[in-house]
Design a protein around this ligand. Sequence first.
Ligand code: GLU
Length: 303
Amino acid sequence: MIPLDLVSVDALESLANNAQQHTQSGQLPTYIPALGQANPDGFSVHLLTITGQTIQVGDRPLPFALMSVMKPFILLYALEQVGAESVLRSVGIQPSDHAYNSLAQLEADRGFPRNPMINSGAIALCSRLPGATPHERCHRLCQWLNDQAQTHLTLDETILASVRDRPNEQNQAIARYLDVTDHLATSAAEALDVYEQLCCLSGTVSDLAQLGLLLVAGAIAPRHRQLVTALMMTCGLYQYSGRFAVEVGLPAKSGVSGAVLALVPRQGAIACYSPPLDAIGNSAASIWFLRQLAAQADLNVFG
Ligand code: GLU
């Protein structure tokens, strides 16, 4: 493994230029209408190392909603607030080969969410976050992340309005099923409200890289770091997770907005944003970029 510090600006710039062409192989999501308005040619990357090396390439970074890239941080916050024993009573650690919003998977598991990187697991954890109201739960998590990771995350009200405008029946059914099988600590509506707000926290690639650094080198319990990072490796990229682990060998998490965060354990984090998604739902250009970079810089954690 080559130290991440030695990756040059030139190498990243050249990869970013090529990655931009791969935006064309993806499509913008439309089920959240505001996400369909994103720039289909956009591509930006921020690399940050624990020694302070910072490289930004691609387009001028604009804020985007984190969507499912929040899931590792919902898990981390829950772990840090209530501890691993309690968290692992509410959610499992097994990968799923169903879609991230599969009700069938949850039914097969009798309401016990398979892992925290899919919607059922994240919604179950959202019901257990500290705070009296959904707004307060979201606000406290946002504040905690901004303090711990020196980020500037804010709630994107436009995206949240767009999410609320078109109620997501799949997520509603998941929340209801969690509720009737006694896997929520609040009402289904409240758990879903927290989940939707947290998906709409927004930041730039620089913020996302800072969040990554929190997982790599932040003041968090080592067991929590191991748990979150391992689950990113096994469950972070939807049904592509296993293949990415074998072929690229980096823990990563993607979201439907086109964000992908990859971690290089003990070294740093690479945050990518490019809205068009491939058939599985990962940012097409970001995945291409990470595959190339990991191969060129020999970043695979398995040597
Ligand atoms: N809020 C989105 C949903 O539940 C997040 C999905 C994602 O980014 O994977 O549909």
